[in-house]
Design a protein around this ligand. Structure first.
Ligand code: SF4
Length: 414
């Protein structure tokens, strides 16, 4: 297939495809799926070998957000029966982080719901980072606290935070359809603030909200343009009690095509399968590892993932290995660019870097929409672009609200 030969050659050189080529990936058929995965897999192995970076989420503050992001179970007016609690104490957060690190995670993602942190919140996170790094100085810490005000990124950097997550989520053109209490430009501004302060920028998207292929390509190219070191790809988990509860638009095959498109556009950037992995990729999760080089271990912010041990077994069975604490994530040339962009000392610095998380504004873990399913024959012969909304059956049976770990008395999943 000429398209895949071209994309592979470009990816191996670290070059970005054209917008038309990216759209063409999304329009491939199920007959071509394994060829698409194999091509993206060659690019992935060129820059990241067979390593899988594990990241671990700690929800520092859950629910009760005044923002109205329609995909989020923590939003204003959400009826989702998620855990709701205010800030964890530093010791509690460090304890939760320890579970993830013991399970193999090299990055801890500290997330708090809300529009953005107050200066007092930055103090809380500072104390939490100190507690985590006291236990293990090698752990990468990514903060995800919402929109940043002036000088807050610098304070986080000084506190030892390595990366900052703030997702663009969708295209600029459709952003107003998913949130009205802040803008796409606000989000871009925060990613730039983080990057400018020397934090590794982690910014990604959510697929499955009813967006078009053009929207997906728009946001992925925007992330490349922004210089995101890590791109979390969330697949909408349609939480009951949120506006997008009926949006079941994804199939496992569609998810793989999206991941492949993200990989081709970001050949040498950390691509992370984030929230919705278990719900939407389902038994095809191992194929996702051939494209992405990073996943979350265990649970998400408000939903439960598969058992942490199942994540580790999947990685091993698929022939991959967990990236070690001392190993770099990004290829050397990308780490150098990240370090230069951040004034020479970014989180991506030492040997690689990369970025992490998702969070209060990332892998909230779910909503989905669900309508009629497309028959298997039709799915196998029609271009992905023609998949009707509701191509996937609603799998509400796979959506489990998190009831363990941070904010509960129960042991975390790691
Ligand atoms: S994504 Fe973040 S800002 Fe938006 S509603 Fe959820 S917690 Fe609040």
């Amino acid at each position: 297939m000429d398209l895949l030969d071209t994309l592979t050659a470009k990816g191996l050189r670290g070059e970005t495809p054209t917008r038309e080529e990216a759209l063409a990936v999304l329009a491939t058929t199920d007959d071509d799926l394994l060829d698409v995965v194999a091509a993206a897999g060659r690019v992935r192995r060129r820059w990241f070998g067979r390593r899988v970076k594990l990241n671990y989420l700690v929800n520092l503050k859950s629910g009760l957000c005044p923002e109205d992001c329609s995909y989020c179970s923590q939003r204003l007016g959400s009826k989702a029966e998620i855990l709701k609690y205010t800030w964890l104490k530093p010791g509690q957060a460090a304890e939760a982080a320890k579970a993830g690190v013991s399970g193999g995670a090299k990055r801890v993602c500290l997330v708090a719901s809300g529009r953005g942190p107050t200066d007092r919140d930055i103090d809380r996170v500072t104390d939490t980072v100190a507690a985590i790094k006291e236990a293990d100085p090698a752990v990468e810490v990514c903060a995800c606290l919402g929109l940043l005000s002036d000088n807050q990124a610098e304070r986080l950097k000084a506190a030892g935070v390595d990366a900052y997550n703030h997702n663009l989520n969708t295209s600029e053109g459709t952003y107003g359809d998913i949130a009205t209490t802040h803008t796409y430009a606000d989000r871009v501004d925060t990613v730039q603030k983080a990057h400018g302060a020397g934090l590794s920028a982690c910014s990604g998207l959510i697929a499955g909200m009813g967006e078009s292929d053009d929207d997906l390509v728009d946001v992925v190219f925007a992330l490349r343009e922004l210089g995101s070191d890590s791109v979390p790809v969330n697949f909408l988990i349609p939480f009951e009690g949120t506006p997008l509860a009926k949006e079941w638009n994804l199939t496992p095959q569609r998810c793989l095509r999206i991941l492949a498109m993200v990989r081709f556009v970001n050949p040498d950037t950390e691509v992370r399968i984030a929230g919705g992995r278990e719900v939407h990729l389902r038994s095809l999760q191992p194929l996702g590892l051939h494209i992405a080089n990073s996943i979350f271990l265990g649970d998400y912010l408000t939903s439960e993932g598969q058992a942490g041990q199942a994540d580790l077994d999947m990685i091993r069975d698929a022939g991959f290995e967990v990236e070690g604490m001392g190993e770099g994530t990004l290829p050397r040339h990308r780490a150098d660019i990240a370090a230069q962009a951040s004034g020479g000392c970014g989180a991506a610095a030492p040997a690689a870097g990369g970025c992490g998380s998702g969070g209060g504004c990332g892998p909230c873990g779910g909503h989905a929409h669900g309508e009629a399913a497309t028959g298997p024959e039709a799915a196998a012969t029609e271009p992905a672009d023609s998949e009707p909304a509701g191509a996937d059956e609603a799998r509400t049976d796979l959506v489990r609200v998190r009831r363990r770990g941070a904010g509960t008395e129960l042991a975390p999943n790691a």
